[in-house]
Design a protein. Structure first.
Length: 319
């Protein structure tokens, strides 16, 4: 059974403190109180709280100092400010400094309960997201990838060298050799690891659909575009976009992808404005792109943009 949520109520008005302690205790929370800001900070040095509900205007150490102390010592603690109506600007300033929200005095008890509930849901989602990303990072550590042949050891060395850089990577190898697994290893072992990893199977989508998926579209760009849609390049901003089966895209789409690599910007379908993006591209193919270039089926300039770092994955029978 999970321990109860620990809440600290901070207010130099003892009546308010006692009221909130009684009400929140009935909600199942473990509630403590502090009658001034200094006491609240001292208690935070001795134990941790999930939520601190503090008044802003207090004699001596005020709520803003309480907020800053907890941001420094216990950044995972949720801070909710209580403020009189005339101090709304101060409360907004508190949010800019890291407070979750504020409630105005005289407050409604239901409003305080709801604000605490929402803050705890957000905290749980954030913790789950951090845990999930940590699991991904652990899963895609280089030592967890199967294969210890001489060729695979060379692949690991290349991944380790290229992961820290911003270079575009081209993965080549037969179907089933684990190109997406290697792409994820590059991403999660890089500084971009906490950011999004977006995978796109270019070979499975028609050209018009692929363009909309990658670049997004504005409302009315084509029949059925009833709302604007963010593209996968935008979704991957500050992270990595894995373009699988890059050898299957059309020459027209190749030209648009080349612009992304050259200018680091995209334009949604039907839009007139471009937007800057910061996306690392890892591409993969089971085709010989040099042969496609010679046959004029793949742009030479795009090939050289993609082939900054190339990794050839040996077939399973070679491992």
């Amino acid at each position: 059974m999970a321990p109860p949520v620990r809440i600290l109520v901070v207010d130099d008005d003892e009546i308010t403190c006692n009221l909130l302690e009684e009400v929140l205790s009935k909600e199942g929370y473990s509630v403590q109180k502090a009658l001034n800001g200094r006491q609240a900070i001292d208690q935070g040095e001795k134990q941790t709280y999930d939520v601190v509900l503090t008044d802003i205007k207090m004699i001596g150490v005020d709520g803003m100092e309480v907020l800053r102390a907890y941001r420094q010592k216990s950044p995972e603690t949720i801070i909710i400010m209580m403020t009189a109506f005339g101090s709304i600007e101060t409360a907004i300033g508190a949010i800019k400094e890291g407070a979750y929200d504020y409630v105005s005095k005289p407050f409604k008890l239901d409003e305080i309960k709801l604000t605490i509930q929402r803050s705890l849901v957000q905290k749980r989602l954030l913790e789950e997201n951090i845990h999930y990303r940590q699991e991904l990072i652990t899963k895609y550590k280089l030592e967890n990838i199967v294969g210890r042949s001489t060729q695979m050891l060379q692949v690991y060395k290349t991944i380790a060298r290229v992961a820290e850089s911003r270079s575009t990577v081209l993965l080549m190898g037969e179907s089933g050799t684990g190109k997406e697994l290697i792409a994820r290893a590059i991403h999660f072992n890089s500084p971009r690891g906490p950011r999004p990893f977006v995978a796109v199977d270019c070979g499975s989508l028609a050209e018009t659909l692929l363009e909309s998926e990658l670049f997004g579209h504005v409302r009315g760009a084509f029949t059925g575009a009833v709302t604007a849609k963010k593209g996968l390049f935008e979704e991957a901003d500050s992270g990595t976009c894995f373009l699988d089966e890059i050898g299957d895209i059309s020459l027209a789409m190749q030209a648009k992808l080349l612009r992304v690599l050259q200018e680091h910007e995209i334009k949604r379908v039907g839009d007139t404005e471009t937007m800057k993006i910061d996306v690392r591209i890892v591409a993969a193919t089971n085709k010989n792109l040099e042969e496609l270039v010679a046959e004029k089926k793949f742009r030479e300039d795009l090939f050289y943009r993609l082939n900054v770092v190339s990794i050839h994955l040996p077939s399973l029978r070679e491992r």
